[in-house]
Write a protein that binds this ligand. Structure first.
Ligand SMILES: Cc1cc2nc3c(=O)[nH]c(=O)nc-3n(C[C@H](O)[C@H](O)[C@H](O)COP(=O)(O)OP(=O)(O)OC[C@H]3O[C@@H](n4cnc5c(N)ncnc54)[C@H](O)[C@@H]3O)c2cc1C
Length: 475
C-alpha cells in the first residue's frame, strides 16, 4: 500500500484525550478486526488537558451520577467509583459522607476511570483481532491522497490511514491563542501550573483575567499553595459561576415547545419556568438543567443572526448559570469574597507590561468608565478559557489543515465546519469521506460540545457511523 517507513491503519485518531479515547473504545468494541492508531503526545490516554489535573481540589463540575462515559449506563462512573473507594482509593472522599453517585471526584481520578475503560475495551478487542497503537507524538500535517489520508508527526514518522479523526480537543487560550497581541500569554502564569503558583509570594497581590471555572481552579491551587494575599479578578461582565447544587427533576418544558427558536424566546420561556420553580420552593437550577438536552437542536436550527445574538447577549449569563462551579471550589470563592480578599471587577483588559521592579501589570478599563488604570501584582493568571477560533490557534496541525483548505471555520468561527455525522467540510464546501471530528472542534455545530456526556454520546454515534459507512463503501 505504501513505502515501508509508513505505518498503516484503518482509522487514525489525532488526539488521545477523552474524545479520542472514548471513540477508540467504541470502535474496539465492534467485533471486526481493525488496526487503530492514536497520536497523542501525553503518555497517558484518556486524560487530555482536563483529566491530567494533579491537584486533588480540581474536581469535576458535576457529581458522578452525571458523568458516566457510557451512554448506555448512566451509573457507570458511580459504580466504578464505589468499587474504587471500597478498594481503598480516594480516602479523602469519606470526609464528604456522601454516596458515590453524589460525589464530585477529582478530575485526575476521572482520568484514571476513562483510561481503565479504554484498557478494558482494548483487552476485549484483542480477542477479535483488533489492535490499538499509541504514537506518543504530535501530528503536524495531513494530506489527502487517492488511497487514504497521510499524516506526518513531529518525530518524523508518518501514517497512511483510510480515515482520520480530528479529536484535538480544546486549545486553551493561555497556551495557544494569538488573540492577545498585548503579550498576555508571554507574561501570564498558566492557570494549571501548580508548581509556579506554589512559588509565588504568599502575600503578593494576584491578578486573574477571566472569571469562569478556570479561575476557580486557579483559586484552589493558590489556596493549596498557602497564598494569603489579595486576589483581583477581571472579566468583561464581572459575572462569577454559580455553585452547582443537586436540584430535583423538572418537567422538560422544551420537549413540547418545538417552535421555540430565537434566543430571546428561549430566555423568556426559561425565566418564566425559573420563576415558577421558585414560587414552588424549587431551585431555579432544576428548569435550567432541562434545557441542556435541547441546546444542540436549538443551536443548529438557529440562523447566524440568532446565534450572534445569543453569543452577544445571553452567553455570559449562560456560562455563569449553566457551567456551574463544584461545591468545594465555589465555597472557597464565597469565603474569599466574604473576607474581602477577592474582588471581582467588570473590566476590559487593554494592555499588559512589567513595572519598574519587573512585576507584571495590567491596564484595565472598568465597565462604563472612560479612564483606564494600571494594576500590578506578583503574578497575572490567564484564565480566559478556551480559544475556539482555529485561525488564532498557534499550533502546526490547525495551521496546516486550514492552509491546505481541508477544513474551514465552523459557524461564527467556532471550531471547524462538519456535517451532523462529524464529517469535516472543506474550504470548498465538500463533505469529506475520510476526515471526521468530534468534541470541542464541533462547538460551532452544536454550541455545547465539550462536556463528558457530549463527547461520550458523540463518540458512540461516530463509531456507529464509521462502521456503517465503511460497510457501505465495501472492502
Ligand atoms: C480544565 C478543564 C476542566 C473540565 N472539567 C469538566 C468537567 O468537570 N465536566 C465536564 O463535563 N467537562 C469538563 N471539561 C470539558 C471536557 O470534559 C473536556 O474538554 C474533554 O476532555 C474533551 O475531550 P477531548 O479529548 O476532545 O479534548 P482534550 O481533553 O483537550 O484532549 C485533546 C487531546 O488532543 C491532543 N492533541 C491536540 N492536538 C494534537 C495533535 N496535533 N497531535 C496529537 N495530539 C494532539 C492533546 O494533547 C490532548 O491530549 C473540562 C475541560 C477542561 C479544559
Amino acid at each position: 500500500m505504501s513505502d515501508r517507513h509508513t505505518l498503516e491503519a484503518d482509522i487514525l485518531i489525532i488526539g488521545g484525550g477523552l474524545s479520542g479515547s472514548l471513540l477508540a473504545a467504541q470502535l474496539l468494541r465492534q467485533p471486526i478486526g481493525r488496526r487503530l492508531v492514536i497520536v497523542e503526545p501525553r503518555a497517558d490516554l484518556g486524560r487530555g488537558e482536563a483529566y491530567s489535573a494533579v491537584e486533588l481540589g480540581h474536581t469535576l463540575n458535576a457529581n458522578a451520577a452525571r458523568m458516566s462515559v457510557d451512554p448506555d449506563n448512566p451509573d457507570d462512573l458511580s459504580q466504578w467509583l464505589e468499587q474504587h473507594i471500597a478498594a481503598g482509593g480516594w480516602p479523602e472522599s469519606a470526609e464528604q459522607g456522601l454516596p458515590a453517585a453524589e460525589l464530585f471526584p477529582p478530575r485526575s481520578l476521572f482520568g484514571r476511570y476513562a483510561r481503565q475503560r479504554l484498557a478494558q475495551a482494548q483487552a476485549a478487542a484483542a480477542l477479535h483481532g483488533s489492535e490499538l497503537l499509541h504514537l506518543c507524538t504530535e501530528a503536524v500535517d495531513v494530506q489527502l491522497e487517492a488511497r487514504g489520508v497521510r499524516v506526518w508527526m513531529a518525530d518524523g514518522s508518518r501514517c497512511l490511514a483510510d480515515r482520520v479523526i480530528l479529536a484535538t480537543g480544546m486549545f486553551t487560550a493561555a497556551r495557544t491563542s494569538q488573540r492577545e497581541g498585548n503579550g498576555l500569554n508571554t507574561l501570564a502564569v498558566d492557570p494549571w501550573d501548580v508548581a509556579t503558583m506554589g512559588g509565588l509570594d504568599p502575600d503578593g497581590r494576584v491578578l486573574i483575567i477571566g472569571s469562569g471555572l478556570t479561575m476557580i481552579d486557579a483559586l484552589v491551587s493558590l489556596n493549596q499553595a498557602g497564598h494569603r494575599g489579595p486576589v483581583e479578578v477581571f472579566s468583561r461582565h464581572g459575572l462569577l459561576p454559580h455553585v452547582r447544587r443537586q436540584p430535583p427533576a423538572w418537567e422538560d418544558f422544551l420537549a413540547a415547545d418545538t417552535d421555540l427558536r430565537s434566543p430571546l424566546q428561549l430566555f423568556r420561556a426559561l425565566r418564566a419556568q425559573c420563576r415558577l420553580a421558585e414560587s414552588r420552593g424549587i431551585d431555579w437550577q432544576a428548569p435550567l438543567d432541562t434545557v441542556r438536552a435541547h441546546i444542540g437542536r436549538l443551536w443548529s436550527q438557529a440562523t447566524d443572526v440568532q446565534r450572534r445574538q445569543f453569543v452577544r447577549h445571553v452567553r455570559p449569563f449562560w456560562e455563569s448559570h449553566h457551567h456551574r462551579a463544584p461545591p468545594l471550589g465555589a465555597a472557597l470563592l464565597e469565603r474569599w469574597l466574604v473576607q474581602d480578599r477577592l474582588r471581582i471587577r467588570a473590566a476590559t483588559l487593554l494592555a499588559v507590561a512589567r513595572d519598574a521592579d519587573g512585576l507584571p501589570k495590567v491596564q484595565v478599563r472598568s465597565r462604563g468608565e472612560a479612564q483606564s488604570e494600571w494594576r500590578s501584582g506578583c503574578a497575572v493568571i490567564n484564565s480566559m478559557g478556551i480559544e475556539y477560533d482555529w485561525r488564532r490557534v498557534d499550533r502546526p496541525l490547525p495551521r496546516q489543515l486550514l492552509a491546505r483548505e481541508l477544513v474551514r471555520p465552523g459557524p461564527l468561527a467556532l471550531g471547524i465546519a462538519a456535517d451532523p455525522n462529524g464529517a469535516v467540510i472543506d474550504a470548498h464546501g465538500q463533505v469529506s469521506q475520510r476526515l471526521f471530528t468530534l468534541g470541542p472542534p464541533l462547538r460551532g455545530q452544536w454550541w455545547e460540545s465539550t462536556a463528558v456526556t457530549d463527547v461520550a454520546a458523540q463518540a458512540k454515534a461516530l463509531a456507529r457511523y464509521l462502521l456503517a459507512s465503511s460497510r457501505a463503501a465495501g472492502p
